[in-house]
Design a protein around this ligand. Structure first.
Ligand SMILES: [Zn+2]
Length: 54
């Protein structure tokens, strides 16, 4: 997901990425990184994929 012109440094386009359950926003122009949901950070990523055969 790309967020247009939201970089606080250069006002460039930022790409929203998800790594191990954490959301990270990286600027495509200058490489500036922000972590909008850092407060929800946990040592062990929550596993929500429970696949059980019916
Ligand atoms: Zn930038």
């Amino acid at each position: 997901m790309i967020v247009m012109k939201s970089c606080p440094r250069c006002h460039g386009d930022m790409l929203e990425e998800e790594l191990l359950g954490e959301v990270e926003v990286v600027c495509l122009q200058c490489g500036h990184r922000t972590y909008p949901e850092i407060q929800t950070r946990r040592p062990v990523p929550a596993v929500r994929m429970e696949k059980k055969a019916a």
